[in-house]
Every structure is written in structure tokens, then in C-alpha cells.
Design a protein around this ligand. Structure first.
Ligand code: AMP
Ligand code: MG
Length: 353
């Protein structure tokens, strides 16, 4: 067991001495959990394979699942990637710093531990002072997946990081809850047209506006487990974002969804289960359940994104057996929310009509 230090940091004006402590740990190959605008990340020196290997061990992450490299400026990208296309430059100027990760051809300087053995590297510049200060002070790019145990909902507070990783990492920088709440959009620029590998904080619509054509990887919109298991695509074959409780997602038109959620909640309560409903503001008053939480108004998808992972963890704390979740519209941030929710349910989806 490691001794994990927790330091509160001012998100507006990160204290220089705290950032120095964190950067020192990164430089000597240790692990620091830090906030970004999306979720908390678990950082290590991206150029040090031993340090990066510690990330996999701490998270119990499968070794073939590559890790995003966080940089503090556009210039850092050219150290890590080659053949950086014009499209990447345009995207960086529009969306960085921000929740967009670009997959580019990797230079040899990037260890295979970081790329999961691939010849590409995923890079992003986060939009949060604490994160940028840490990367700059460390003077190395920082490899950082989400700071949760592999398979659990991603952490949007330092408390979530503690729940999963206390005693397994060196330091947690606590700057309060994260703003976006879902992870970055991962865009593969080694293909033409570019392809979204994971939906996230920058929407498909926003990317299309800048790029013209953008494709969605089949897993992004999948409403069932698709056979990537056989394609050995890392990460995809494992359970994701899953709370302890069983999750059912109810999809369809809002009215039909409401009726179906009511019906399922009643049925499971009759069978003696403790039922949680993950609702929207419009529908929450119609439900009877042991615990009811609302993601927010249906049209406010940024609120749904911000609340999703936090609420999944809260249902576990309140020890519900089953979570019945309303779907949200698949547009803007709703694509990222539904992608996480479907995976959290293990594609246990009920179509309401
Ligand atoms: P997380 O562990 O939550 O930060 O997720 C990182 C995501 O980025 C995973 O879905 C990875 O598969 C993806 N990723 C990281 N590096 C690459 C890469 N070189 N090529 C494709 N996907 C990547
Ligand atoms: Mg993750």
C-alpha cells in the first residue's frame, strides 16, 4: 500500500508550491491524480515507460488499452507526432485547450507502454489551469487515463478518485468537481475522413462544422455489444463505467419512456428490489422508487453529462439493486451520455413504445 497525499488546490490560482510537489512526483516516475475540465486523470510521465506501466497497475487497466497524452501547448504535439495534418492544426486552433483528443502518427520518442503497442499517439490539451500548470511544471507530457479503477464510472471529484485509488497512487490534487463530466472526444486523424472513436466533450456537430465530413466508429452509436471482441480491439471488450447495481436503459419517445420506467420500477419493487431511477426533470415527479435522481432538463444535455458518472456512483452508495435510466436525446453531448449509459448497462436496453 502506498501513502497517498491529498492536496486541495485553488482552481483559479493553483498554488505554485503544490504544483511543484506534484510535478516532482511526475518527474521521478510517480503517479498524480489531477483534475481536468472533463474528469479526473491519473497522470505519469508519458515518456517514461516504467512510470506509465504503474498507471496500468494502479487502475488494473488491460495493458493493450492506450493512454491519452496531455500537453500544455500545440508545440508539444510536434515532439510526439509526425505528419501532423492541416486538419489537426485547424482543430487545435478551434478546440484547444478543450475536450478533444487527436489520434496522430506517433514518433519513436513515445513509449509503447503509452500507445498500448500502437503506432499512433492520442494527444490533447486540457482546459483547466491546474492541469496546464502541472504539465508545464513537470516539463514532460503527461499520460493520463481517467483516475478510476478500470471498469468503474469515471471520477468527476477527488472523492471518487479516493474511493478507487487511495493507497495505490502518490498524490491527488483536489480542485473540486469537474465541469464537463464526460471524457474527451477521441478523433482519429490517421484516417480520411476522420473518425470519432469515442464521443465526448466536443460534439459530432461541432466537429462536422469545422471538418465537413466526420465518421463515427460503429461502437460510438452501438446499442448492442458489437463483435469487436473478435477484432481484439482493446478496451472495448471490457465492462465500462459500470456501477455495482444492475443498469437498465429505457429508450424511445419521452412519454413512452416514462410509462416503461414506471412499469419496470413497479415490477422490480414488487419483487423486493431496491430500485433507483435515473430520470430527467420533466419526468421525475411521475416515478415511485427507492431513490430518484435527475440528470437535469432533457434539453440541457451538458447537465446530463456533468451529472451522469456522479449519480451512478451515488446509487451504489445508496445500495440500490437496480438502476432504471431514461435515455436522453442523441445529439450534442447526448451522444456521449448515451454511449456511456449503454455501456454502463452492458447494453441492457429496453425499447419503449
Ligand atoms: P481513458 O482511459 O478513459 O482516458 O480513455 C482513453 C481512450 O483513448 C480510450 O478509449 C483509448 O482506447 C483511446 N486512445 C488512447 N490512445 C489511443 C490511440 N493511440 N489510438 C486510438 N485510441 C486511443
Ligand atoms: Mg477511462
Amino acid at each position: 500500500m502506498k501513502r497517498t497525499i491529498v492536496l486541495k488546490v485553488n482552481p483559479e490560482k493553483p498554488e505554485a508550491e503544490k504544483i511543484r510537489v506534484a510535478a516532482k512526483i511526475i518527474r521521478r516516475g510517480g503517479l498524480v491524480a489531477f483534475p481536468t475540465e472533463t474528469v479526473y486523470g491519473l497522470g505519469a510521465d508519458a515518456l517514461n515507460p516504467e512510470a506509465v506501466t504503474q498507471i496500468y497497475l494502479a487502475k488494473k487497466r488491460p495493458l493493450d488499452n492506450p493512454i491519452i497524452v496531455h500537453v500544455a501547448s500545440e508545440n508539444d504535439v510536434y515532439r510526439l507526432a509526425e505528419n501532423v495534418p492541416e486538419k489537426a492544426r485547424r482543430l487545435m486552433s478551434v478546440f484547444w485547450p478543450g475536450p478533444l483528443t487527436l489520434v496522430l502518427k506517433a514518433k519513436d520518442i513515445v513509449p509503447k507502454a503509452t500507445t498500448g503497442g500502437l503506432d499512433t499517439v492520442a494527444v490533447r490539451m486540457p482546459n483547466l489551469r491546474v492541469a496546464l500548470a502541472l504539465i508545464k511544471e513537470s516539463r514532460v507530457p503527461i499520460a493520463a487515463p481517467s483516475a478510476n479503477l478500470s471498469g468503474k464510472p469515471s471520477p468527476t471529484t477527488a472523492e471518487h478518485v479516493k474511493q478507487d485509488l487511495y493507497g495505490r497512487i502518490d498524490l491527488i490534487l483536489d480542485a473540486g468537481p469537474t465541469e464537463v463530466g464526460v471524457e474527451s472526444t477521441v478523433l482519429d486523424l490517421t484516417m480520411d475522413p476522420p473518425q470519432i472513436l469515442r464521443p465526448g466533450g466536443v460534439s459530432y456537430e461541432a466537429l462536422s462544422e469545422v471538418l465537413g465530413r466526420v465518421e463515427l466508429h460503429p461502437t460510438v452509436v452501438a446499442d448492442r455489444e458489437i463483435s469487436l471482441v473478435h477484432a481484439r480491439s482493446p478496451g472495448m471488450k471490457h465492462k465500462h463505467y459500470a456501477p455495482k447495481a444492475k443498469v437498465i436503459v429505457v429508450e424511445g419517445e419521452p412519454e413512452a419512456v416514462r410509462r416503461k420506467v414506471q412499469e419496470l420500477a413497479e415490477e422490480h419493487r414488487k419483487n423486493g428490489r431496491s430500485v433507483g431511477v435515473l430520470a430527467t426533470d420533466e419526468n421525475k415527479r411521475f416515478y415511485k422508487a427507492n431513490v430518484i435522481k435527475s440528470l437535469g432538463a432533457r434539453r440541457d444535455l451538458s447537465s446530463a453529462a456533468r451529472n451522469l458518472f456522479k449519480m451512478l456512483r451515488e446509487f451504489d452508495e445508496e445500495k440500490v439493486d437496480i438502476i432504471i435510466a431514461e435515455s436522453v436525446p442523441i445529439e450534442g453531448l447526448g451522444l456521449a451520455v448515451m454511449n456511456r449509459l449503454r455501456k454502463a448497462s452492458g447494453f441492457n436496453i429496453v425499447k419503449a413504445d
